[in-house]
Design a protein around this ligand. Structure first.
Ligand code: 13P
Length: 294
């Protein structure tokens, strides 16, 4: 089923779990991600940003392909524009058939963020899809962003922001950052801030920079009200590790086999993550069927 993100995240918010949003930059990744979700009866979000589209995930090919996979899938699948940087990027994604757009004006002054997010939310809603925006700023792990609370989401501002923009999901800054952290560093998340944000907003909240956060942090974030977790670096890494191991074990292995190894590794990574954040078994009647047989 090809659905918008609001549908997926409202259910997750109601029932207290989180859904993975995986940056999937080619057919193999998208297929691994969707198959993993199907096998675990989990909703899933496939996404990429404009940088990834300019390198590998060319939208002319990727969007129709993901849409076809999603329409055949037995679980809800959303295609999200990750970190839409401009109105043009958001409009382009809406016209191409994405089912959610994220507008990221989080590094601009507050009023400008409100203005841009409201325009994109309105356009998305008029087109029957949903919208995510970001308040506070989730920076780059390599720059040490996320370690100071200056960029964290302010609770009162968040309430005003959601009221003014009408966005369906809000990405919050509570201590994570995008990309690879320095070796051995595990981010310290501000769970108190998360609790305050959830209590005030009661809506789907998004954690960017999911990679390298550590299982304990991720579990606590979900328990604290995060409903969407963006993961890119760790998914790439799962594939890279498996490909390297294959090459080392079989130096003469070929392209076909290497690609299959990568796809299988991503699928396993996504399945493990789904089990960690509790979105499994949300789309099966099995429990009810077993119950009726007793
Ligand atoms: P990571 O690469 O740190 O997982 O971040 C992904 C992300 O937040 C995409 O929006």
């Amino acid at each position: 089923m090809y659905v918008n993100m609001k549908y997926i995240l409202d259910n997750a918010n109601r029932d207290g779990y989180a859904v993975m949003a995986v940056n999937s930059v080619n057919m193999e990744m998208a297929r691994a991600v969707i198959e993993a979700a199907e096998e675990l009866h989990s909703p899933i979000i496939v996404q990429f940003g404009v940088g990834q589209m300019s390198k590998l995930a060319h939208p002319d090919q990727m969007v129709p392909m993901i849409r076809a996979m999603a329409e055949k899938a037995s679980v809800p699948v959303c295609l999200n524009l990750d970190h839409g940087p401009s109105l043009q990027a958001a409009v382009d994604a809406i016209q191409r058939g994405f089912t959610n757009v994220m507008i990221d004006a989080s590094s601009l002054p507050y009023e400008e963020n409100v203005k841009r997010s409201r325009i994109v939310a309105d356009l998305a809603h008029a087109s029957g899809i949903s919208c995510e925006a970001e308040l506070g700023h989730v920076g780059q792990a390599a720059d040490g962003d996320g370690r100071t609370s200056d960029m964290y989401t302010n609770v009162e501002q968040a309430v005003d922001f959601v009221k003014q923009t009408g966005v369906d999901a809000l990405a919050v800054a509570i201590g994570t950052a995008h990309g690879k952290y320095p070796a051995g560093y595990v981010p310290v998340l501000d769970f108190e801030r998360l609790a305050e944000l959830k209590a005030a907003l009661k809506m789907p909240l998004v954690l960017h920079g999911g990679s390298g956060s550590g299982e304990e942090n991720i579990r606590k974030a979900v328990a604290g009200g995060i409903n969407k977790i963006n993961v890119c670096t760790d998914a790439f890494h799962a594939a890279e590790k498996a490909m390297k191991a294959k090459w080392e074990a079989e130096p003469n292995t070929d392209y076909l086999n290497i690609m299959m190894v990568a796809e299988a590794a991503i699928k396993k990574f996504v399945k493990d993550y789904i089990l960690l954040i509790g979105s499994n078994d949300r789309y099966t009647f099995e429990a009810a069927d077993n119950g009726s047989k007793e």
